[in-house]
Design a protein around this ligand. Structure first.
Ligand code: FE2
Length: 347
């Protein structure tokens, strides 16, 4: 267990990575009674570094339809709060605004945004480092100049994304650049294919993970993808569950292909540590697992695209091979580009 003093020290170290300094304006955003202890620890950590910090607390949201767009609706009806957040240098988001219009407006004002919602043990264990940032940025450099991304796996996946339409996004767990968002913890890179530019087949194998379901599939689940949309999902119970989940949104745009990329944190585990079940929280550990390939279904508005469907699945996969313009980046679940490997394992 991490006590309140240790939490404050951990957050102070993190805010130093975010370059919080004397005179900066830091707002901690929370909602209802959730993560009150995070909000408090961030406040004092920020003040400790000389920042002018305050806490903005939203009322608990009305019951929703249970989708992932948590928190967004409260800010959507609260322009005064959005205006206040936009005047900050750094917003610590303990709500999880996701890619809501409110968050986009705050970032456009030049405010950097850090999401911190995962369990404290995970924040501590996957504490961000400049070295991970460098490796994620090395990946982003390769991804940004590629015109195709193809990935395969032993179960029959062979899918190609036509790139170039959308920017490349890095997540390495902290933010020190104006207007930049990040999510603690994280170490991965992604982009999206052109709206009509994803074709092929993705076949999930046993142990591939579904987020936000927070389950492993026993596989196989076979997705056929044509011109950027899923046209067929086949398999056993797993496929049935995915299909019925997606159908429940009654939105054809929910079948669009969203972001794709790979994970780079060698400290992240595929399995839960304690309790030994599924990794906790909202799955940032699985998204970050070194050498995973994660593809996503649904919206691409986070990349600047037109699809803002509420149907969203992130699916980290194991044992994949990923190629940029036919050059290998990940082979059988292992990163093969030197600049992206942990310092200790480079040749
Ligand atoms: Fe996603």
């Amino acid at each position: 267990m991490i006590n309140p003093t240790e939490m404050q020290q951990l957050f102070r170290r993190h805010l130093r990575l975010c370059r919080v300094h004397e005179g900066e304006r830091v707002v901690v955003l929370s909602q209802g009674r959730r993560r009150e202890n995070y909000a408090e620890a961030f406040l004092y950590a920020a003040r400790d570094l000389g920042a002018r910090a305050y806490h903005l607390r939203l009322p608990e949201g009305l019951p929703t339809d249970g989708t992932w767009a948590v928190g967004a609706s409260e800010l959507a009806h609260n322009p005064e709060a959005v205006a206040a957040l936009s005047r900050a240098d750094l917003v610590i988001d303990c709500v999880f605004l996701l890619f809501s219009p409110a968050q986009m407006a705050i970032q456009e004002a030049g405010t950097r945004v850090l999401s911190a919602v995962e369990p404290i043990e995970l924040l501590a264990r996957l504490f961000p480092t400049p070295e991970h940032r460098e490796r994620v940025e090395a990946g982003a450099e390769l991804l940004a100049k590629a015109s195709t991304l193809r990935f395969t796996n032993p179960h029959g996946t062979d899918v190609t994304y036509r790139l170039g339409a959308y920017p490349t996004i890095t997540e390495y767990g902290y933010t020190d650049q104006p207007g930049r968002w990040d999510h603690w913890p994280a170490a991965f890179v992604f982009t999206g294919g052109a709206d009509d530019g994803v074709d092929g087949e993705i076949v999930l194998g046993p142990g591939d993970a579904l987020l936000p379901q927070n389950t492993y599939v026993s596989g196989p689940v076979r997705f056929r993808i044509e011109r950027g949309f899923i046209t067929d999902i086949r398999g056993g119970l797993d496929a049935e569950l995915i299909r019925s989940y997606m159908e429940s949104f009654r939105d054809p745009r929910g079948y669009g292909m969203s972001h794709v990329g790979w994970g780079l944190d060698e400290r992240a585990h595929w399995h839960g540590l304690w309790p030994p079940s599924f990794p906790g929280g909202m799955g940032m550990e699985l998204r970050s697992v070194y050498g995973n390939v994660m593809f996503s279904i649904g919206p691409n508005n986070e990349l600047g695209g037109p699809n803002d469907t509420a149907c969203h699945l992130d699916i980290p996969m194991r044992d994949c091979s990923l190629f940029l313009d036919d050059e290998p980046v990940v082979i059988d679940g292992d990163v093969v580009v030197e600049e992206m490997k942990p310092a200790g394992s480079r040749r």
